[in-house]
Design a protein. Structure first.
Length: 193
């Protein structure tokens, strides 16, 4: 006897084949979608992380710029203060200089000389005076050269100056001189003459 199956088994088989094909087709698409989604999330997290690092770096750059400006301000203030300290130090070193210089001028004067004017321009002195003779002026210049506070002594002019006399006293001829020299407020080593 022949058995005939009248159930639509081919339709079911067709359905099973279609479901299998649909699954086999969907799996690669699903796998590809998951891979791309994973890559997208990874890239987005890396981008977000990089953007956060950029923000932090920009903040650090801003902080460093402010600190560099402060450092530059401190350097300029330091330079100004060092210059002020140098001026103060020089003033302290030179405060006794004029006293020593005037003492040397007075100490070096031999007899028969009178200073009438002392002019100072910078560290150059111009001494004007009157002497009885040329030898007194020469001795004064030699004494000035020996001083540790005075150097480069130079006789600019020496002229005769006649003083009026009376009928009992003849007129006296004096020597009017101008000497220039350089002064220093920090004495040189003791000069030997």
């Amino acid at each position: 006897m022949i058995k005939i199956n009248l159930l639509p088994y081919r339709d079911e088989r067709k359905k099973e084949t279609l479901v299998f094909l649909a699954i086999m087709t969907a799996v690669p698409f699903l796998f590809t979608f998951l891979v791309f989604a994973g890559l997208w999330f990874t890239n987005n997290s890396q981008i977000s992380s990089t953007e956060n690092e950029i923000v932090k770096m920009n903040q650090q750059i801003t902080d460093c710029t402010v600190k560099m400006k402060e450092i530059d301000d401190y350097k300029s203030k330091k330079t100004v203060l060092l210059k002020k300290m140098e001026v103060i130090t020089n003033l302290q070193k030179g405060k006794d200089g004029p006293v020593h210089m005037l003492d040397e001028l007075a100490t070096c004067i031999p007899g028969n000389i009178w200073l009438t004017s002392i002019k100072q321009k910078g560290m150059t002195l111009e001494l004007e005076g009157t002497a009885i003779d040329n030898i007194a002026v020469s001795n004064y210049m030699i004494n000035l050269e020996k001083s540790p506070y005075i150097n480069n002594v130079d006789l600019k002019t020496i002229v005769d100056q006649s003083q009026g006399g009376t009928k009992y006293n003849k007129s006296t001829v004096l020597k009017k001189f101008i000497i220039s020299c350089n002064v220093t407020y920090t004495p040189e080593k003791t000069k030997t003459g």
